[in-house]
Design a protein around this ligand. Structure first.
Ligand SMILES: Nc1ncnc2c1ncn2[C@@H]1O[C@H](COP(=O)(O)OP(=O)(O)OP(=O)(O)O)[C@@H](O)[C@H]1O
Ligand SMILES: [Mg+2]
Length: 305
């Protein structure tokens, strides 16, 4: 499989940030152009292997959800068409096809430097923390819960945002308040966290109800928020297989790991080859690339039709 996408040179635009997955360009003081590559990251490292078309799938899924959920919260999306007049002048004719479905022109926000994680089921780092302490991010849970079990209530479990190679750390709401304090003049960290918590849970409830009707359980997901013109808005990506755990509703059964349409497949592979999670980061085999790609395609097919 070729035609996987990693880097791009845009006419007259400087890349201001290279994320694990996205290349970010500054259009002007108010707007960013975000291009989703086919890179995949796992255990906080960028893998050397690309997943062809993954960036297009992520962009289309995010755009779908931004529209579906805009009654709950405003988001950063301005345009996603490469032919948009603001965007097209930076994209040479040779790149039009390659960048189709990969770009988002967005409002540049002052980012809240926390990951807003919402969980409906017990999995991942929450399952690990629960086994050790019986709680998650300082929230006490009932004893005897099984891996992947539906939680008694939807939880908001923030974490720090770590640099490439560092781990995000689960934090309490109090700690999250300190991180965002001062970001919006006149609004306390406590008020900001209260607001994004309430919105995060609403977004999760509406999206997971929809996804369930399409055969997908959204176990948990991550949002990022930022401030634009004094308002909190939703930024980055939303309810994608990179930012969420998508489980197969038909095959769901608590008490272990779940068949999924997300990155877990790649994590499982990296665990199976005993990678020590330190560089050098191993390549994925052709078979793993193909099966990962199929999972992302299936997630999009079910969610967006
Ligand atoms: N509207 C926005 N305004 C400002 N920053 C944004 C906006 N939307 C997304 N971002 C930031 O752009 C970057 C997107 O790149 P990517 O998702 O690949 O990064 P990442 O490796 O996950 O990095 P990070 O750890 O910083 O999230 C992220 O840092 C994200 O927080
Ligand atoms: Mg990211």
């Amino acid at each position: 499989m070729n035609n996987a996408f990693n880097e791009s040179v845009l006419d007259g635009l400087k890349q201001s940030y290279r994320g694990k997955v996205r290349n970010v360009y500054e259009v002007d003081n108010d707007r960013l152009l975000i291009i989703s590559s086919d890179r995949i990251s796992c255990f906080d490292h960028i893998l050397p292997t690309l997943i062809p078309e993954k960036g297009k799938i992520l962009t289309r899924i995010s755009v779908f959800w931004f529209n579906y959920l805009k009654d709950i919260m405003d988001n950063h999306l301005i345009a996603t068409d490469t032919k948009d007049p603001v965007v097209s002048k930076f994209i040479g004719a040779n790149l039009m096809q390659e960048l189709k479905d990969r770009i988002m022109l967005v409002k540049k926000a002052k980012r809240m430097d926390i990951e807003c994680i919402v969980r409906g089921y017990l999995s991942g780092s929450a399952w690990k923390e629960y086994q050790k302490s019986g709680s998650i991010c300082g929230i006490k849970l009932p004893p005897g819960l099984k891996e992947s079990e539906k939680l008694p209530q939807v939880l908001f479990t923030p974490s720090t945002k770590a640099q490439d190679g560092q781990h995000d750390i689960n934090i309490t709401e109090k700690e999250a308040e300190k991180v965002v304090d001062g970001l919006l003049p006149g609004v306390s960290g406590a008020e900001l966290v209260k607001k994004v918590k309430e919105k995060s849970i609403k977004l999760y409830k509406k999206a997971s109800e929809y996804a369930l009707s399409k055969g997908i359980i959204i176990s948990d997901t991550k949002f990022e928020f930022g401030i634009d013109n004094g308002e909190i808005i939703l930024i980055d990506e939303i309810f994608t297989p990179d930012s969420s755990r998508f489980w197969d509703k038909e095959k769901y059964s608590s008490g272990g790991a779940q068949p999924n349409f997300d990155k877990q497949f790649v994590r499982d592979y990296l665990i199976s080859i005993n990678w020590d999670k330190q560089p050098p980061v191993p390549e994925l085999t052709e078979d793993i690339v193909r099966k990962t790609r199929e999972r992302y395609i299936e997630a999009e097919r079910r969610l967006c039709g």
